[in-house]
Design a binder for this molecule. Structure first.
Ligand code: NAD
Ligand code: DAU
Length: 339
């Protein structure tokens, strides 16, 4: 089985490559990644040494390059993680989100069709459903929830989902789509909430909390996500959407306080800042379809996963210090100064 993992030098894609190495040693993996600010080849060091993973640098939206790669490699399965993934960046500069997330997906779909890929899997997000109210704790996203996006990021991801499903209906390309809630775990880029809290708290820097910190996210340990994707590509029905997540809802302020307490850092580091434009209130997944059909359910409770994650950041300081001491400084200044 030869599998193409796009975006495999990023957070979830790299965890997926390590998951396959551990659990599907018979798979041959090719990672295609443009190495944007979010991609990091050091993350894949030991995967590349295994001899079962090869790396190709390139842009999923470069059609000629993608076509040539598919012609040469003859992939059985394609899993598309490659994306611009940060909501705040999409509010500042939407264009690259349209280019990578929509045009890049279209280029992969065409190559998959032309070269007879047996399963194309699109990694999507619960953000395509918009948000749920804060005062209706028993409301959840199901696969039937209408698409109702809030940010340029989520609109670009929804466009890619619709295109993927259209290739099933129109051309019979065997596709699946998964829509997952917020992930956390190793190799998470420090622009996102949880690694931002950990890395800033360890440096005794203030923690910016948007609005009042009452927005709710449904946190999923990244390894649980990787297991779900593996089950979908192996056993999921073509043409179907599967939601991934499961009842680990927390307010942002609770997450911040939990991490500070694990690290033994004071709550005085918390700084409330101007809210994100269009900020989604609450995400919460109903995982009934994937658990009923494929037998998946999340194995890592938040209390356990967050401790493992903090431990990983403590033990892998060079990984994140190299990031926050580079271009990231300018990013942080631009996004947060005077906020
Ligand atoms: P990430 O930003 O950490 O990684 C994205 C990777 O894609 C990087 O390695 C980057 O270099 C690569 N990339 C970007 N543009 C590319 C291009 N044009 N061609 C090739 N490679 C390119 O993102 P992530 O958090 O790992 O998210 C992975 C996928 O999962 C995304 O599609 C995202 O929408 C989706 N998702 C993420 C979460 C989450 O909580 N992080 C939850 C649900 C869904
Ligand atoms: O739900 C899945 C989505 O989760 C993925 O599709 C996205 O790729 C991923 O980035 C994530 O989106 P969020 O916007 O939910 O994640 P983020 O870490 O940016 O923010 C989480 C919450 O924390 C959100 O309510 C905004 C808030 N926040 C975030 C940052 C970066 C803060 O309060 N302060 C911050 O500095």
């Amino acid at each position: 089985m030869k599998i193409l993992v796009t975006g495999g030098a990023g957070f979830i894609g790299s965890n997926f490559i390590y998951y396959l190495l551990e659990n599907r040693p018979e798979y041959e993996t090719v990672c295609l990644d443009k190495l944007t600010y979010a991609g990091n080849l050091k993350t894949l060091d030991s995967a590349l040494k295994s001899g079962k993973v090869t790396f190709v640098k390139g842009d999923i939206a470069n059609r000629d390059f993608v076509d040539e790669l598919f012609e040469k490699q003859r992939f059985d399965v394609v899993v598309n993680f490659a994306a611009e993934s940060h909501v705040d960046r999409s509010i500042e500069s939407p264009e690259v989100f349209l280019q990578t997330n929509i045009m890049g997906t279209a280029s992969l779909l065409d190559a998959s069709r032309k070269h007879g890929v047996k399963r194309y899997h699109q990694v999507s997000t619960d953000e395509v459903y918009g948000d749920l109210p804060l005062d209706a704790a028993d409301s959840f996203f199901t696969e039937e929830t209408p698409i109702h996006t809030s940010s340029p990021y989520s609109a670009s991801k929804a466009s890619a989902d619709l295109l993927t499903l259209a290739y099933f209906r129109t051309y019979g390309l065997p596709v699946t789509v998964s829509r997952c809630s917020n992930n956390y775990g190793p190799y998470h880029f420090p622009e996102k909430l949880i690694p931002l809290i950990i890395t800033r708290a360890l440096n005794d820097e203030n923690i910016p909390v948007y609005g009042q910190g009452l927005n709710v996210r449904d946190w999923l340990y990244v390894e649980d996500h990787c297991k779900a994707i593996t089950m979908i590509i192996e056993k999921g029905r073509a043409g179907e959407v599967y939601n991934i997540g499961g009842h680990n809802e927390k307010t942002n302020i609770d997450v911040v306080k939990t991490v500070l307490s694990i690290l033994g850092k004071p709550e005085s580091l918390i700084t409330y800042v101007k809210d994100r434009a269009g900020h989604d209130l609450r995400y919460a997944i109903d995982p009934a379809k994937i658990s009923g059909e494929l037998g998946w359910s999340p194995e890592t409770k938040f209390d356990e996963g967050i401790k493992k994650t903090v431990k990983w950041y403590l033990e892998n300081k060079t990984w994140w210090e190299d990031i926050i001491n580079g271009d990231y400084k300018d990013y942080y200044e631009k996004m947060y100064s005077g906020r």
